[in-house]
Design a protein around this ligand. Structure first.
Ligand code: ZN
Ligand code: ZN
Length: 173
């Protein structure tokens, strides 16, 4: 859905959109939109400014490969956003102002407005944890035999084990 600034000049634009699973492309981020994404909210032009405020909420379930065991990790997201955007032309006009530190939260739009899909794509990436694991308790893959330790317990000795036994042995005279 395109959020048109021309339309915002007349009224506050409301959106209530559903993107079917996989509709928003996350292939560049090794992610999949595993469920439909539902987003509701408003886009408005702030009085006396060319600044656009977009706020709303969305729900979606994302899927990625677990960083530890390479199995599938799922991330149900239910998040809100409240964003400000300025027209791109304004940066060219006074570039100095755009670099001001306090304005880091402000985004920019080019042309006639913003694509809701692009906003949601960015918001989903921000909402995901840095480490993508299937569960906090995921034991990962054994570095020795390569088995998924969530499925099979193996008897491989890892470095940490050896050190501990070594330390115990040293305690005995
Ligand atoms: Zn895992
Ligand atoms: Zn092993």
């Amino acid at each position: 859905m395109f959020l048109s600034v021309k339309e915002m000049e007349l009224r506050k634009v409301r959106f209530d959109e559903t993107f079917r699973a996989g509709q928003i492309d996350f292939s560049g981020e090794d992610l999949t939109q595993a469920s439909s994404l539902h987003a509701t909210g408003t886009a408005e032009l702030l009085a006396g400014a060319e600044e656009v405020r977009v706020r709303g909420q969305y729900q979606v379930e994302m899927a990625a490969q677990c960083d530890r065991c390479l199995g599938q990790a799922r991330f149900p997201l239910d998040a809100r956003f409240d964003l400000y955007y300025r027209p791109m032309a304004e940066i060219a006009r006074d570039e100095e102002v755009a670099i001001d530190e306090g304005e880091a939260e402000i985004g920019f739009y080019a042309g006639e407005g913003l694509e809701l899909e692009d906003i949601l794509h960015e918001q989903v990436l921000l909402a995901l944890p840095m480490q993508r694991v299937c569960s906090e308790a995921c034991k990962g893959i054994c570095p020795v035999c390569g088995k998924n330790r969530n499925e099979t317990a193996c008897d491989c000795k890892t470095e940490a084990h050896d050190d501990r036994w070594g330390a115990l042995r040293n305690l005995n005279p």
